[in-house]
Design a protein around this ligand. Structure first.
Ligand SMILES: [Zn+2]
Length: 218
């Protein structure tokens, strides 16, 4: 599929954000547990003056529809449970997604357990898809990182990570919870959360070229 590169910036696995998705072990939780997926190719309209959330697109390689990125959003109930890929509500095919290497490793190791059910799991999942995209509303997709929301969202993420990494993970891997690790986490995660929220604010609200040119013209 060819894209108008004057209009769109094309993002593939070579982009740092996508690479991050592929190599960060923490994102296994997003991928395997929540079924959050990132498409192999996404587009950002360079010419639009809107914030990034409103000028991001996902092309379907099967029917060549260029979907609004907000098609898959928490507000529309479609951001998660996409274990087998992103469903194209135009042609019903699955838009290919990148895979986190640690997810792949876990899936490969546990294949003997779930491999038997793969086909029926996918069929069951697929059956439910069309209905999920019936009432999409892009206007209700707000940016959780704009205005002052960025630090609240960042801290919510930090709280989630704190519980996961400082409480649940040590119980699972057998190292056990210690006061020292709880205290260390109480420092590290809020700082990471604020940093994460702020980076996401800069990223998601970044405006396209047209706005900059207009500002220069004035
Ligand atoms: Zn399609």
């Amino acid at each position: 599929m060819k894209f108008d590169t004057n209009k769109y910036k094309v993002y593939t696995w070579k982009n740092p954000l996508m690479l991050h998705w592929i190599i960060n072990p923490a994102l296994v939780i997003n991928e395997i547990l929540f079924g959050q997926k990132i498409p192999k190719v996404s587009l950002v309209d360079k010419t639009s003056h809107k914030p990034r959330v409103e000028r991001s697109f996902v092309p379907c390689p099967h029917c060549e529809t260029i979907h609004d990125g907000r098609t898959w959003s928490p507000q529309n109930g479609t951001a998660f449970k996409n274990w087998f890929g992103l469903y194209c509500n135009n042609c019903g095919e699955i838009i290919p997604c990148v895979n986190n290497v640690f997810s792949l490793l876990i899936l490969a190791l546990t294949f003997p357990i779930w491999g038997w059910f793969r086909k029926s799991l996918k069929a069951k999942w697929y059956e439910k898809q069309a209905k999920r995209y019936e009432n999409l509303e892009f206007s209700k997709v707000t940016n959780p990182f704009d205005n002052k929301n960025w630090w609240i969202t960042g801290l919510k993420w930090a709280a989630f990570m704190y519980v996961t990494m400082q409480v649940i993970w040590p119980l699972l891997d057998g190292t056990g919870i210690t006061w020292a690790s709880l205290a260390k986490g109480a420092v590290i995660w809020p700082i990471s959360g604020i940093f994460f929220g702020f980076t996401m604010k800069l990223f998601t609200t970044k405006k396209g070229r047209r706005q900059k040119e207009q500002l220069l013209d004035n």
